[in-house]
Design a protein around this ligand. Structure first.
Ligand code: BGC
Length: 748
């Protein structure tokens, strides 16, 4: 049943319809006063509500209502905890509801193609499965409150440099397997109310008017029925956008492009029915929003701060803990160093910047838990070493059992609108850490950054905690982890490379110009490093705990199967250490070497479990055709290759202690259509291929037997079918070749 406003579509004039296709201002849709159609409000996310104070005339990222600043995307993703993401989504929904905001502009799910992208702190992962699973939960949580999500930025907005104009050149396979996959599951499963199209071009066409992205994929294959809005200012050709279902142009610009829509209809360039589809979706969103508005809604600020703390403590990743330097002993003195300890860096710059309701710092939180003193040590205003500050720290070190240095990237190094140029920390921080490690055996570094950094002093320190940009209560969470009140359980959702030159896209730098070729193709992040057996600083999926876990194989339903089978794998995970903890069990597949090059590890599932000391749990993973297939560019379809797949399970991409081999055979359903250009070797993969080809082989003027026949046989296998006709001088005729193909292509 159409809603109240949707049913008004027929009452609208052409001009009114066109006017609805762009915003009223920065944050509202347009009303139609004559019919009582109200405006609705959208506001920024993704890790907090950024509602600009309505009276402000200018676009501002500071003039906003206070809201809870949750950990940013990269931090949240390190939880590998879908329930947690749903809780965060739900809390965000409550805050939106209390602020009368109908759509929150998040989650942001662009793939981390390079750790240098300035907005990586907002994004989840280099892996599409993880990213999409987390986004699904976030959206479900948010929308359970009657507030819409807006999944952004669709698609391939993987750098900030030239983001308004850059053309991302990507194969269809990499798009589908990596870049679109990060959106796909979330859109199919969680059905977000809205999607935001990106600024950039993809393969020569702006995302805001992209027939393949918006029509074929989003609305076609994935069945998305919600609203698509442009990123702010991303419209290029408004009429072309309407044709492919770009519903709403944001922000408003006094209806600059509305007139073009009217003219296009009047001149017959745009069919009114296409405009109607767009307007219907806008009115449907207005209906949805209005049905869910609640003038009396409130939320509990204190409870949300507490939640932000609990969330942050589930996300941080313990990267090193040599000699169990952590947790800290409350009875022993700790020297805390670095301005981030009392003036935390907890979020990134740009449209996601939240005015927090409260900020807690690590140093004051640590004061409640143990004996601590503070020295600044370095400045974040400059990269230069300050010898006076350094001296002050170095003089007092012997009184401390442990030194905890709070290092990280300065605010202006990570933001929307620009990328980083290197992976370094400021040199004065590196220098001080080196000097402290030279005079003290127990140095621990806590990092505040939204994306990977190089750690040149890693070998010299005992401990490293990656706190990421942990939101307004991150300081309390750090203290809890350092003192063992919370056992860390975060795992990296991205690889930390050893150096910037190792990044897969390094040879096609982001800062080159307006066309960026994604030459690394599907080899993004760990898919690249593991396939090249390249050492990294910290691998994807890695993170330590104060306890230890073991994972053992229990059963796998198949050792041989076809792509039609569903494979069930069970493992047992045990907490064999001394305290309660949480572990993330990860399942990857390694495909066989086949027609295309395949990344040697691909995440296909994960589960986070909470286990008391000595406790065990059985975990079940189910893999189906989707998990074994790749996108074949020639055949334009998903294909499962024949051969041995390895299933690998463990607690990090570099620690997959459990493995199981499955030989994959093709069922007749999976067999691709053969043509005269298909190779003999491809036909031989068909169960009947050998028998049906034999008559053709017999007519070839080659001896295919014995030692000398070996080379000829390899030649014949590499021939396209049409060569069989030529080499047999037509004795194996074109019509016989046609019959052969027909027999092979007939599906059982
Ligand atoms: C960003 C979006 C954001 C929008 C509104 C754009 O510059 O790319 O992520 O939602 O501004 O602030």
């Amino acid at each position: 049943m159409p809603g109240k406003y949707e049913s008004m579509l027929n009452k609208l004039t052409l001009e009114e319809k066109a006017s609805l296709c762009s915003g009223l201002d920065f944050w509202h849709t347009k009303p139609i006063k004559r019919l009582g159609i109200p405006p609705i409000m959208v506001a920024d996310g993704p890790h907090g509500l950024r509602k600009q104070i309505e009276q402000s005339e200018q676009v501002s990222v500071t003039d906003c209502l206070p809201a809870t600043c949750f950990p940013t995307g990269s931090c949240l993703a390190s939880s590998w905890d879908t329930d947690l993401l749903s809780t965060v989504g739900s809390a965000l929904g409550e805050e939106c509801k209390a602020a009368q905001v109908s759509v929150l502009l998040g989650p942001a799910v662009n793939i981390k193609r390079s750790p240098l992208c300035g907005r990586n702190f907002e994004y989840y992962s280099e892996d599409p499965f993880l990213s999409s699973a987390l986004a699904t939960s976030y959206i479900n949580g948010l929308q359970s409150n009657g507030v819409g999500a807006c999944v952004k930025h669709f698609a391939a907005n993987n750098q900030e440099f030239h983001r308004f104009t850059v053309d991302a050149r990507i194969t269809e396979r990499a798009l589908r397997e990596i870049y679109l996959a990060s959106f796909e599951r979330a859109i199919r499963q969680a059905k977000p109310w809205t999607v935001m199209s990106a600024y950039n071009k993809v393969n020569g066409i702006y995302a805001s008017e992209h027939p393949f992205l918006l029509n074929d994929m989003l609305r076609g294959e994935w069945g998305f029925s919600g609203l698509v809005m442009t990123d702010w200012g991303a419209n290029h050709d408004r009429v072309a956008g309407i044709v492919v279902g770009e519903d709403l142009e944001m922000p408003g610009n006094e209806g600059l492009n509305d007139q073009k829509i009217v003219q296009a209809v009047q001149q017959g360039i745009l069919e009114e029915k296409d405009l109607d589809h767009v307007v219907r979706r806008i009115l449907r969103l207005v209906d949805r929003a209005c049905e869910n508005l609640d003038q009396d809604a409130t939320y509990d600020q204190k409870a949300h701060h507490q939640l932000a703390k609990e969330v942050a403590s589930q996300c941080m990743v313990l990267l090193k803990n040599q000699g169990e330097v952590l947790p800290l002993d409350p009875a022993k003195h700790v020297l805390v160093v670095g301005p981030f300890a009392n003036s935390p860096r907890y979020q990134g710059g740009g449209s996601s910047h939240i005015i927090p309701t409260k900020v807690s710092d690590a140093f004051s939180s640590m004061q409640h838990l143990g004996s601590v003193s503070y020295k600044q040590g370095f400045s974040i205003e400059s990269e230069l070493c300050d010898t006076t500050l350094e001296q002050e720290v170095l003089e007092g070190v012997e009184q401390a059992e442990t030194i905890v240095v709070f290092a990280g990237l300065p605010d202006e190094w990570e933001s929307e609108a620009y990328d980083r140029e290197h992976l370094r920390l400021p040199e004065n921080q590196n220098e001080l850490i080196r000097k402290l490690a030279a005079v003290h055996p127990n140095v621990v570094v806590v990092l505040s950054n939204g994306a990977p950094v190089e750690l040149p002093w890693l070998r010299n320190v005992k401990g490293v905690l990656e706190a990421y940009l942990a939101g307004q209560a991150g300081g309390e969470a750090v203290a809890d982890i350092l003192y063992g009140i919370v056992n860390p359980s975060g795992k990296l959702a991205e690889t930390f490379p050893r150096r910037v030159e190792d990044i897969p896209s390094y040879l096609e730098p982001q800062r080159r110009g307006d066309t960026v070729f994604y030459t690394e193709d599907v080899f993004v992040g760990y898919r690249y490093y593991t396939s090249r057996k390249m050492p990294v600083l910290f691998p994807f999926g890695f993170g330590l705990s104060y306890t230890r876990f073991s994972i053992e194989m229990l059963s796998c339903s198949h050792s041989a199967c076809t792509e039609r089978d569903v494979v069930t794998v069970q493992v047992r995970v045990k907490n064999c250490g001394d305290c309660e903890g949480r572990e993330v069990v990860q399942i990857y597949i390694t495909p066989p070497r086949g027609k295309v090059s395949n990344p040697c590890l691909q995440l296909r599932g994960f589960q986070k479990v909470s286990l008391k000391q000595g406790a065990t749990e059985i975990i079940t993973f189910v893999l189906d055709r989707n998990d074994f297939s790749y996108f074949d560019e020639e055949l334009k379809q998903w294909v499962v290759e024949e051969g041995d797949f390895h299933i690998r399970i463990g607690n990090s991409s570099d620690n997959l202690s459990v493995s199981h081999k499955i030989s994959m055979h093709q069922s007749s359903e999976n067999i691709a259509l053969f043509t005269l250009d298909s190779m003999v070797s491809q036909l031989l993969t068909h169960p009947k291929g050998k028998a049906l080809l034999q008559p053709a082989f017999d007519l070839l003027p080659f001896d295919l037997t014995g030692e000398s026949g070996k080379m000829m046989w390899e030649m014949v296998k590499a021939m396209p079918v049409r060569h069989l006709v030529t080499w047999s001088h037509g004795e194996f005729s074109e019509s016989m070749a046609g019959e052969l193909l027909e027999a092979l292509n007939t599906r059982v």
